[in-house]
Design a binder for this molecule. Structure first.
Ligand code: NAP
Ligand code: GDD
Length: 345
């Protein structure tokens, strides 16, 4: 019998890479997706097999992280060995516009899923997608012992998710872990996160499809890693003898400005000629610098990041170039409104 894993947020960047990894390791993966009037499975479509051709390795179920009764029925039906809770309203800037919704999905979503596990009486291991955003104003380097100082509704919601996960571990003996992941990116990153926004813009400007891109705070420093490597760390956390919490990071500091410099250089352009400032992208409170100390993950999980700053920028720009040349990337400008009045952060 193959192991069964349940992934919430399977249609997201991390969910898609994690589903690939688990299927490669012989798991049957069950993913929760939201019902939408348009298709939202493009990141996992390549993993889908017609169930008429045999036992599928990826099974998708409709579900909402705000719907506790649905989560309980899914747990009871699937009875997974491992649960990876990745679903979230994950955009920090958007969380300032929608603080209550973000708290509900990103914060309370975690306790709904933990209660569903208890309610359904399932014996499984649980991964919580915690975030370096929880450190917020605490100066780098940040490790598992750094106190949290959240600087956004998103970060406050993630801090709740972190503590409720620990509480279920301590109260009920659940094998529950927090992966405190620093920023990780890829060609599958949502196009409103800054690295992907920059990569798309650099390529489109190179190809003459747009002239400039508008950004906010260029001084912010992040520790950007490569998403496929980070889902390996998630899996390793659930294979240990004892549950614990881990920081996952490269340890390399890079500013938004420097990332833009690398991305534009990759296509032979000078970023200073194309990047414009737009105050709309400045956040009410900013997280100035996140740089992780992943010593514990290296020592206990045997995990280290291989891809760092410039190489990551190259991977993302190259992927954008080949996708755009292949006609796979949408043509609209990433920095302009999708529909009137809605800013694409
Ligand atoms: P992402 O690309 O934004 O994916 C988020 C996923 O959550 C999507 O599948 C989304 O579904 C789903 N989702 C959102 N709201 C939902 C709801 N109400 N009910 C059910 N599903 C819902 O995020 P990611 O970058 O893969 O990150 C995965 C997780 O790690 C998130 O919890 C994020 O906060 C956390 N994290 C990410 C990073 C990072 O740098 N990427 C770092 C630390 C922590 P749709 O496709 O339908 O929108
Ligand atoms: N999105 C965006 N758009 N960010 C910009 C822009 C812009 O036009 N201009 C400057 N920035 C700055 C932001 O102010 C922030 O300091 C930095 O670029 C990174 O922003 P994002 O890429 O949106 O990521 P994030 O660091 O806020 O959050 C991501 O990483 C967290 C882990 O630290 C998300 O993936 C979160 O879900 C994740 O928890």
């Amino acid at each position: 019998m193959s192991k069964r894993a349940l992934i919430t947020g399977v249609t997201g960047q991390d969910g898609s890479y994690l589903a690939e990894l688990l299927i490669d390791r012989g798991y049957q993966v069950h993913g929760v997706i939201r019902r939408a009037s348009t298709f939202n499975t493009s990141r996992v479509d390549h993993l889908y097999r017609d169930p008429h051709d045999g036992d599928p390795s990826l099974v998708l179920h409709h579900g909402e992280i705000t719907d506790g009764s649905r989560l309980t029925s899914l747990l009871a039906q699937i009875r997974p060995d491992e649960v990876y809770h990745l679903a979230a309203q994950s955009h920090v800037r958007v969380s300032f516009d929608e603080p209550v919704y973000t708290s509900d999905v990103t914060g309370l979503g975690t306790v709904r899923l933990l209660e569903a596990i208890r309610g359904a009486g399932v014996d499984c291991r649980f991964y919580q997608a915690s975030s370096s955003e929880m450190f917020g104003a605490a100066p780098p380097p940040q490790s598992e012992t750094t106190p949290f100082h959240p600087r956004s509704p998103y970060a406050a919601a993630k801090a709740y998710g972190y503590w409720i996960t620990r509480n279920y571990r301590e109260s009920y003996g659940l094998y529950a872990v927090n992966g405190i992941l620093f920023n990780h990116e890829s060609p599958r990153r949502g196009s409103t996160f800054v690295t992907r926004k920059i990569a798309i813009a650099a390529v489109r400007i190179k190809l003459g499809l747009q002239d400039s891109v508008h950004l906010g705070n260029l001084d912010a420093v992040r520790d950007w890693g490569y998403a496929p490597e980070y889902v390996e760390a998630m899996w390793r956390m659930l294979q240990q003898d004892e549950p614990d919490d881990y920081v996952v990071a490269t340890g390399t500091a890079l500013s938004v400005r420097r990332f833009a410099e690398y991305a534009f250089e990759r296509v032979g352009l000078d970023w200073r000629e194309h990047v414009r400032f737009d105050p709309r992208y400045v956040r009410p409170t900013e997280v100035d610098a996140l740089v992780g100390d992943a010593t514990k993950a290296r020592e206990k999980l045997g995990w280290t990041a291989r891809v760092h700053g410039r190489e990551l920028a190259n991977i993302m720009v190259d992927a954008e170039l080949s996708a755009l040349r292949g006609g796979l990337v949408e043509q609209r400008r990433p920095s302009e409104p999708v529909t009137a009045g809605v800013t694409e952060w």
